[in-house]
Design a protein around this ligand. Structure first.
Ligand SMILES: [Zn+2]
Length: 294
């Protein structure tokens, strides 16, 4: 059964594309849960840790531990009327359209962000298989795409790149180098360490000069993931691209909203977007650059 599916994925590109698209839509739906709940779970854990440390409000801690809150429990429900989302109301994108963007019970509007994240996940994953085809790179890049989507939106919401996501991503990259999926283990480790160290140096330089925190340690870890895939040679391209992505997004935010130059903008999404572009098209971009400028 499994072999037959793999065979079909290899033989029929349209099946590969359709399979990736539908699977990623479903994953996108789950990523919505991760994006919303993981930061809350982390906050709860910190609260509990702090209370235990202070040996204070022990009852409250116990109450919080008694009501489980994780990625599976409680089941998805309307935040307003607590109406449980039925299976047919939980189909990515389609349910949103069927429900006309409202809770089936109390008509509270559902944020357009949920179907948008599902579609984004599916389209980005589809792009991956259209670029790399049926190859050892495809599953790793698709997994990284999913993790990046979660990181981008958690960073936008909370200015935070959770270790729970950056670390599995880094392990994935390092382990896949055993089979040389992108780079040899040596090059992957050098790339990852260089990515981390480069931003670390920039961070401390910026901090010593301006006294401000421009980035967080999560950004370094994310850059390590990217460096482990693209290698040290293409890291400068990632930095340049993320500045370009940052400038485009920052300027359009200033033009269209109340954001000004002092608005704190998370850096993670720029690294994730620039890193993703370089993972897919880095060789082509580098070849083009060398042809035009060297
Ligand atoms: Zn409702």
């Amino acid at each position: 059964m499994f072999d037959q599916i793999l065979d079909a994925l290899e033989t029929f590109p349209l099946f590969l594309y359709g399979f990736t698209f539908v699977l990623s839509l479903l994953v996108g739906s789950f990523l919505n849960v991760v994006i919303y709940r993981l930061p809350v779970m982390m906050q709860n854990e910190w609260d509990c840790d702090c209370r235990e440390l202070l040996a204070d409000e022990l009852k409250k801690t116990k109450a919080k531990e008694a009501t489980p809150f994780n990625l599976a429990v409680p089941e998805s429900h309307c935040p307003k009327c607590k109406h449980k989302v039925k299976p047919w109301q939980n189909i990515p994108v389609i349910s949103y359209l069927l429900l006309k963007g409202k809770c089936g019970n109390c008509n509270t509007p559902i944020s357009l962000r949920y179907p948008a994240i599902e579609l984004l996940t599916a389209i980005a994953s589809l792009t991956v298989v259209m670029v790399v085809g049926f190859s050892p790179q495809a599953p790793v890049l698709i997994l990284l795409t999913w993790l990046f989507v979660a990181l981008i939106f958690i960073d936008i919401d909370h200015m935070l790149l959770p270790d729970q996501i950056t670390q599995p991503a880094l392990w994935l990259v390092i382990i896949s180098s055993i089979w040389g999926v992108f780079l040899s283990p040596k090059d992957a480790i050098i790339g990852a360490a260089s990515g981390y160290m480069f931003l670390w140096v920039v961070f401390w330089g910026f901090k010593l000069v301006t006294g401000k925190d421009g980035m967080g340690y999560g950004d370094f870890k994310l850059m390590a993931v990217v460096g482990g895939v693209v290698g040290v040679i293409q890291l400068p391209m990632v930095i340049l691209l993320s500045s370009a992505v940052g400038a485009v997004i920052g300027l359009s935010m200033m033009a269209f909203s109340k954001a000004d130059r002092t608005t704190h903008i998370p850096f993670g999404p720029y690294i994730a977007i620039a890193g993703w572009i370089t993972m897919l098209w880095g060789d082509g971009i580098l070849a083009w650059y060398l042809r035009v400028f060297v």
